[in-house]
Design a protein around this ligand. Structure first.
Ligand code: 4AD
Length: 503
């Protein structure tokens, strides 16, 4: 019978020398005939369990040998510190109890394409990669709430069903609401502005929907956004809030999730320097950078580097393939197969970047004042900076109706985007809101929106209107930036994308 002292792998450091019982799933297993090494995962971590013939009943030993990957079981044993083992502790097994024997688990260490893995997301969530990202997401979400709760903000849950657009009308998802059209929320901002006049500092945090016909690595149709809104704040105040907020999230992830960042190969030193102040550029300065000689040289240099990286990866792939064709131990074969998956996915990414580099360089050189910055323009500006960059004061014509016109230059608005460092691109969009009734009405009409849909929103400008503003941070983009994931679909458990919803 199993002992009752069930423990989690994450707690093993407190039980060295004692007998505990772990309950989990087989992550990997190998056997030398006399000893079986089972790497167990229990949701809190991984632990190598060493099962020696003669130390457990013979029938138990035999049964274990035939268990497939992801079989579930309980293992009792004595905990010992073993720095060379995954997690730093091992379990010397004294007994096991199989809960569910599994055969032919479809996700093996051999190569699987992204399409296969997304179709098997219900199982792939158990992989180390998805587990590490999930743990980091948990910290990010906790840090978001803690930051605002500790800084005097009140949470206000804004509706998901909306009567009118909060952003671009083209990206609305329509819902049949008892025969009338309603839309899934694109932002909680407009409702938050009402609440800011009641509570002063508020935030909302929830799922957000955009029917954007965009298949890029930065777009989901359903994503999570946190939006703070503050009464009596100006643009410099908003930038300060945003940089403190982002720095707090980064510090929390570094504090709570170093092992997961390491497993994912994230650039930890690059994260350690993320502290205020961030860089500040106006849109006009960003355009000067994009069209300048420095950017042309930067892009040419980058192309060279990418080609060199490609060569290095090609060499490594050839080396491994040669090894795989020969006689090698099974564990080495599996390790090689796993490395090949990573190398091929890196290669795919590098090939795309090599193909895009000249197009993006040309788009930057030809950029003209007045357009919104495109994804590739943001990437270039953020690649040229080691910390996040605020880009402020975009042309009014390129931005949403609610943004306040600048007092010194009526061609631009008092807004900002925050571009994450190292080429990731935009993670935050925000602005001071137009608080003047007539100006707001004019902007609504200029954008071709129906003013009657916004009568309640306009009302805020009739009764105690104050300067106010806020921003929205995309959770998946932030996680992709922190963890170095090339595509944000890895940063939510069940992604929804324009071309496909898998499970
Ligand atoms: O810049 P956006 O559109 O800003 C707003 O929605 C404002 N109303 C927010 C506010 O001021 N309260 O979106 C904000 C952020 C982006 O910077 C990005 O991180 C994320 O939301 N985002 C997306 N993330 C994933 N997929 C998409 N399709 C996204 N669209 C925006």
């Amino acid at each position: 019978m199993m002992k009752n002292n069930k423990s989690y792998i994450s707690q093993l450091k407190d039980f060295v020398g004692q007998e505990v019982t772990l309950a989990g799933w087989i992550y990997q297993a190998r056997s030398s005939g006399k000893v079986q090494f089972i790497i167990l995962r229990d949701g809190s971590g991984l632990c190598q369990c060493v099962v020696e013939k003669g130390k457990v009943p013979d029938d138990v030993f035999d049964k274990l040998e035939h268990l497939g990957q992801e079989s579930s079981l309980m293992i009792t044993g004595v905990v010992r510190a073993e720095p060379r083992s995954v997690g730093g502790y091992e379990l010397a097994a004294t007994n096991t109890q199989v809960i569910h024997a599994t055969a032919d688990y479809p996700i093996t260490p051999k190569e699987h394409g992204i399409d296969f893995l997304l179709k098997h997301r219900h199982l792939h969530l158990r992989s180390q990669r998805q587990w590490c990202i999930g743990k980091i997401r948990h910290t990010v979400v906790d840090a978001i709430r803690r930051f605002f709760n500790d800084n005097g903000f009140t949470l206000v849950d804004t509706p998901i069903l909306m009567a009118a657009a909060g952003e671009e009308e083209q990206s609305l998802f329509e819902v049949d609401y008892f025969g009338e059209p309603l839309y899934l929320t694109q932002t909680g901002q407009l409702h938050l502005e009402c609440a800011a006049a009641s509570f002063g500092k508020v935030y909302c945090f929830g799922p957000t929907f955009r029917a954007e016909k965009s298949k890029t690595r930065r777009h989901l149709t359903e994503f999570w956004m946190v939006e703070p809104e503050v009464a009596f704040i100006d643009l410099p105040g908003l930038l300060e809030l945003a940089e403190n907020f982002v720095s707090y999230i980064v510090a929390r992830v570094l504090q709570d999730n170093k092992p997961q960042l390491e497993t994912l190969g994230a650039d930890i030193p690059a994260l350690e320097i993320i502290k205020p102040p961030f860089y500040r550029l106006t849109y006009t300065q960003a355009v000067e950078i994009l069209t300048g000689e420095k950017t042309a040289n930067f892009m040419a240099e980058q192309l060279n580097q990418l080609k060199q990286q490609k060569e290095t990866i090609e060499k490594r792939i050839a080396e491994i393939e040669k090894e795989q064709a020969g006689q090698i131990k099974q564990w080495k074969r599996d390790k090689n197969a796993a490395e090949l998956i990573d190398l091929r996915s890196d290669m795919e990414e590098i090939n795309i970047r090599i193909e895009n580099n000249p197009k993006h360089a040309q788009a930057a050189a030809e950029f003209r004042w007045g357009k919104d910055l495109g994804g590739s323009d943001e990437t270039i500006v953020s690649q040229m900076h080691d910390k996040p960059v605020f880009v402020t004061n975009y042309p009014a014509q390129a931005k949403a109706f609610y943004m306040k016109t600048d007092t010194d230059n009526n061609k631009v608005v008092q807004n900002f985007d925050l571009l994450a460092s190292k080429g990731f691109g935009e993670i935050i969009g925000g602005s001071v809101r137009e608080d003047n009734y007539d100006m707001l009405l004019k902007r609504i009409e200029e954008k071709g929106l129906k003013s009657e849909n916004y009568s309640w929103y306009l009302d805020l400008r009739k009764f105690g209107s104050v300067p106010h503003g806020g921003f929205g941070l995309g959770v998946e983009r932030t996680i992709a930036w922190l963890t170095g994931q090339p595509h944000i679909r890895q940063c939510i458990a069940f992604p929804r994308m324009m071309d496909k919803v898998y499970i």
